[in-house]
Design a protein around this ligand. Structure first.
Ligand code: BGC
Length: 886
């Protein structure tokens, strides 16, 4: 048998612990030395111990031999899974000849707490006065004795606030800002830690540091104490002894608490840390806690506790500054060389009581001054008071900053070096899956900027920006960038969690929110703007676009099922709030931050109404809801007809006459075959009249190059890509940008910094061109009929100034790659296609070399198409490309 089974995953994770999904999904990677390999059947065994599995017994589930080529997201269908139990599994597959593989190695996962009533502990902390603006973080501790050998010790923890766990003198886990951000009134995530190796027979000390976080600290422009005043901690340690007995240690009245060195730690303000107040060994046994107090016990939590779905927030990289200099005001300035999100580790030496301030900014006002006007009410400052004992190392606990430049002030008696500062890059640790490289350095920098924008802003929720007093889960930004994001990284779990935030925030009449978790945004905004509604075109639609994208990219059917009713309510809401299928413009951000090209808001809203409906129809089809398919297809037709009738004249001019309006009409399928060329022509004219510049805002930008490419304007797409005068992607690159800017005109040669109230230099939305680079430039695309890259479309578009492109995408089935080179009209393409998938290759020009295994399918849009199975292949053709780039 030629197929080998590699890497087993449960719920897309390697050996997860603490799952609370009743029917986890299994995936396995297949590998083979041979070409064109596919799975024809599989058998899965699930058991509660490895001995049974070794004997090929799965007492929880034996799927039997299932004739199927599914190897990702196979749903568990065995006996009900028990809370807190560890499960082992293995799989065997058959290839197309009927030959069986060896059994895979054994995988495992552990279930978490499944029933709310199984939480035994109490919520503990300190009852705070709401008037205290920035309270100190709290230290909580308890000692306990273990008198028998421990088989397994599992710690479940969560907080209303943010917490950091300690056990016997060490930090537990490597995550930050647990439990993450949710609408705490409805749902709070818990974390599971396997601490078996750190528990000792004899005395043990467990402790936690508790901060305000999103729960009680500042959130966005809405202020502080959005969810509550006093942070609270809930822990449950489950010890299973070797002798079969069990013991629980939970948070209760026996815990003690105190404040310590953290004077305050707030997401937006920063942290103040007085090292003189450190209490060494507070997390070890034998600590003198005579001045610690009894904890306050809070009332029972009314929301739901769920296991954390999304990847933990971690430090994923440490970077060193590239430059340091002394300013004329006597402070030190560091240039990290990269606009980043996280904080700095500072190593300093000085006299006791010396106060050091570390300020963060994305740009410089002048050589000696940080540009902080764009931070609005976010201070982004960390303060550190030295204890005066040799070299001291400082890293904040419950805050993060968006910055490239760091200013350190307050050191009087010692000097800093480049090595005094290290940048800590912090974000939701979504695994990297994609990479792109081209022959053009400027384009490569753009690719890097897109990636950094994603890294910095995916922090528990897809935030808009990491620096000013905003940092919210703006749903419009999320939807326009999700396809790019899902090429770059595995965001399946990150967005599955965000969809829960979206549905938690859905209004009773079906509107999806602009911001999720809502965090009081809606109420806040309503006070300012009376007509405000939470259903903005292109924002609320994220509730449909996100699940559909997860289905396309990860073959995630469950996300469609779970959110089906919510999506249907959204479409119904849009229907109820439209007149003759036309949506009014009363609550609408428009094509946000477009350049002198306002698209009428009702046109935009009606186009999105049609798009949400069209996607919903496709989802209904996938799930087999035939009645809905009929009903909502008809609705789509009605909206489409109303759109054309109301907004398009006989010459094909659509109301607003902006680039975006044509882009949306074409991308959303609103135009008949006869109208399409007219719209494409007009779009071309508008771009040309604008000197080959785009004018699109957040909503138009993502679809602009795909629409040009799909409508025969590939070279125009390339000229927009390569354009480096304002406004364009490469304009910011030319100005030295290392992340995607919020505005095309964030900084211009003529006008300097723009609109400081809204001028983030790390907003990912305009980076949604990444999707085009993967799908069209490199040409790696999904087939919606066989999603998740089960059938891969390889359709590279040689063009522009590029002489080569290399792209890799790690799909659920394995690595897909597409690399092309263009040399004197000779176009060569190397592809890798994973086992158990097939691909259709689209080749330009006259064939020079076609692999023997490739099955010729005919011509499509003037290109040769071939069908191939798994393996590595090379295609070569002769093409005549006219380089039109201006
Ligand atoms: C945010 C955006 C968001 C927008 C709504 C801004 O303040 O930063 O990214 O989508 O508001 O128009």
């Amino acid at each position: 048998m030629s197929i080998v089974i590699k890497r087993l995953r449960v719920e897309s994770l390697d050996q997860p612990i603490g799952l609370d999904t009743e029917q986890p999904r299994f995936s396995w990677l297949l590998d083979s030395e041979l070409q064109s390999q596919r799975q024809s059947a599989y058998r899965i065994l699930v058991a509660s111990n490895t001995d049974l599995l070794q004997q090929d017994i799965g007492e929880y589930w034996d799927s039997g031999e299932v004739v199927s080529d599914r190897s990702v997201q196979v749903i568990y269908q065995g006996n009900p899974l028990q809370a807190e139990l560890r499960y082992y599994w293995k799989v065997k597959v058959w290839d197309e000849t009927g030959a069986a593989s060896e059994w895979s190695s054994i995988g495992q996962w552990t279930m978490g707490i499944l029933d709310q009533n199984d939480w035994k502990g109490e919520w503990i902390g300190q009852s705070l006065d709401p008037e205290i603006e920035f309270p100190p973080s709290l230290y909580l501790r308890k000692e306990f004795v273990i008198d028998r050998p421990v088989k397994r010790a599992t710690l479940y923890g969560t907080a209303l606030g943010v917490y950091e766990l300690h056990l016997n003198g060490s930090r537990v886990g490597d995550e930050y800002f647990a439990p993450g951000w949710t609408d705490y009134a409805v749902r709070t995530q818990y974390q599971t830690f396997d601490i078996t190796a750190s528990i000792q027979v004899g005395g043990n000390a467990i402790g936690a540091i508790l901060g305000t976080g999103w729960y009680a600290g500042q959130v966005g422009m809405m202020g502080r104490e959005i969810y509550g005043t006093s942070p609270a901690l809930l822990l449950q340690l489950h010890i299973q002894f070797e002798d079969g007995s069990n013991h629980h240690i939970v948070t209760d009245e026996t815990w003690t608490m105190n404040t310590g060195p953290i004077q305050y730690s707030d997401m937006l303000k920063g942290e103040s840390y007085d090292a003189r107040k450190e209490t060494p060994d507070w997390d070890r046994t034998g600590f003198n806690e005579s001045d610690w107090q009894k904890v306050y016990r809070f009332e029972r939590y009314v929301g739901k506790l769920v296991s954390q779905i999304d990847p933990p927030i971690r430090i994923t990289e440490s970077i060193n500054p590239v430059k340091m200099w002394m300013t004329k005001q006597g402070t030190y300035l560091f240039d990290m060389g990269q606009n980043m999100v996280g904080w700095v580790k500072l190593q300093v030496q000085g006299l006791t009581g010396t106060q050091i301030t570390v300020s963060h900014a994305e740009m410089l006002q002048d050589e000696d001054t940080l540009y902080i006007e764009n931070l609005r009410r976010a201070d982004q400052k960390d303060i550190y008071i030295l204890k005066g004992e040799g070299i001291e190392t400082f890293e904040p606990h419950f805050t993060f900053h968006g910055f490239r430049y760091v200013e350190v002030e307050g050191l009087l008696d010692s000097e800093l070096t480049l090595g005094s500062v290290t940048g800590r890059v912090v974000h939701s640790d979504t695994p990297s899956t994609g990479s792109l490289e081209t022959s053009d350095d400027m384009v490569n920098r753009l690719i890097s900027n897109i990636r950094w924008g994603q890294r910095g802003n995916y922090l528990s929720v897809p935030t808009d920006c990491p620096q000013r007093d905003e940092r919210l889960g703006w749903t419009g930004d999320a939807q326009i960038f999700i396809r790019t994001a899902s090429y770059n990284m595995d965001v399946s779990r990150f967005f599955a969690k965000f969809m829960e935030d979206m549905t938690d925030g859905q209004t009773p009449d079906g509107a999806f929110p602009d911001v999720a978790p809502d965090a009081g945004w809606f109420e806040f905004k309503q006070k300012v703007v009376k007509w405000f509604a939470p259903d903005n075109a292109g924002w609320g639609d994220a509730g449909v676009i996100i699940p559909w994208t997860l289905y396309l990219m990860y073959e995630d059917r469950t996300i469609l099922e779970t959110n089906y009713d919510a999506m249907k309510r959204w479409v119904e809401y849009l229907k109820a709030n439209s007149t003759d299928r036309i949506r009014p413009d009363y609550a609408n951000y428009g094509d946000w931050l477009s350049i002198n090209a306002d698209t009428p808001k009702d046109v935009l809203a009606t186009a999105y109404f049609a798009y949400s409906t069209a996607i919903f129809v496709r989802i209904a089809k996938v799930l087999g809801y035939a009645d809905d398919v009929i009903e909502y297809s008809a609705l789509f037709e009605e909206i489409r007809t109303a759109f054309v009738r109301t907004y398009m004249d006989e010459k094909g001019i659509i109301q607003g006459d902006t680039q975006t309006v044509y882009v949306l009409a074409l991308y959303f399928g609103l135009l008949s075959e006869e109208m399409k060329p007219l719209a494409a022509k007009r779009l071309e004219e508008l771009i040309q009249q604008n000197g080959n510049h785009l004018s699109t805002g957040f909503l138009g930008v993502g679809y602009l190059l795909p629409v040009l490419t799909e409508n025969g304007l590939e070279e125009l797409a390339y000229s927009l890509l390569h354009q480096d005068t304002f406004p364009s992607w490469l304009y910011s690159v030319k100005q030295g940008a290392t992340t995607i800017w919020e505005r095309w005109d964030g900084w211009t040669e003529e006008a300097g910094f723009q609109n400081p109230g809204m001028n983030s230099f790390n907003h990912y939305s305009l980076g949604s061109v990444g999707e085009w680079m993967y799908r069209y430039m490199a040409g790696i695309d999904v087939d919606s009929e066989q999603p998740g890259f089960k059938h891969i479309v390889i359709h590279p578009r040689p063009g522009g100034k590029l002489t080569y492109v290399k792209a890799n995408v790690e799909s659920g089935y394995g690595l897909i790659s597409s690399s092309w080179q263009l040399n004197d009209g000779l176009f060569s393409l190397q592809v890798s296609i994973p086992v158990n998938t097939t691909a259709t290759i689209h080749m330009d020009g006259t064939s020079v070399r076609v692999p023997d295994e490739a099955v010729k399918m005919g011509m499509e849009n003037g290109k040769h198409t071939y069908q191939i199975g798994s393996g590595n292949y090379e295609f070569i053709s002769q093409i005549e490309k006219v380089m039109k780039v201006t």
